[in-house]
Design a protein around this ligand. Sequence first.
Ligand code: 2AM
Ligand code: CA
Length: 273
Amino acid sequence: MTVYEFAKGLILEAGINVRKIMKEDIKVETKSNPNDLVTNVDKATEKYLFDNITETYPNHLVIGEEGHGHHLKDEVGVVWVIDPIDGTLNFVHQKENFAISIGIYNNGNPYAGFVYDVMNDVLYHAKTGEGAYENGTLLPKIEDTPLKTSIIGINPNWLTKPRLGEVFKPIVEEARSARAYGSAALEIIHVATGKLGGYVTPRLQPWDFAGGLIILNEVGGVGTNLMGDTLSIYEPNSIIMANEQLHSELIEQHFQKNNEIIELLQQRLKSNN
Ligand code: 2AM
Ligand code: CA
């Protein structure tokens, strides 16, 4: 069995377990602040993924959100970047609109990405160079769109921030409209399926974007930080995921114009890391 086939089976099994345990009892705890939640399901699912990966492949490394993973800086070899539940607030409040996300990198190169929309039982998956799939169906390449006819994915909370609001408000004003789905992995998938032209956010952790980015790249989409730099799976970053045309337009017409604010944001991301 290839690593790709193993990962595909594993994420589907993890989803079955999530659907089972969430019917019983969801125990919610807070992390860094009252709105930063984690549940017994996040923890159990990360442990399930971590144990299965490391038992099957003892030399593979894992980066995960809830503490089971290794703490890596730039290791060589195979690295799995996993989020057991992406969209924990949706998981707790809505019992839907959340995903399990896995990105697998080999010596820093993208190998395969998986985002499992658990409640809809839809698995998005891609092996680098072989296209992206929604369950068994090959996804077409996404189309270029200018901002004025695009729907943008953005969390409205960012518009309330004094300096970042200055950067993001004109984007929302110029776009056809804006949407917030509450799971970064699924927002990236919505870009990969053409439902959104792009998704922007000032801060994501690697496990929020690692799987989705590989899928998006396979359909011709582009993912970078807000300065247009390549993303690393070893550090948090600001994020733009979009079709190629919209990506260039947002970088050139919006983010470069605000380079002082964006540079400050990048410095903060580095110092908090
Ligand atoms: P999570 O549910 O795995 O924590 C919500 O807008 C999206 O952003 C979710 O994908 C959520 O991931 C992620 N997120 C929430 N708070 C975050 C933070 N402080 N830094 C980075 N990502 C965050
Ligand atoms: Ca998570």
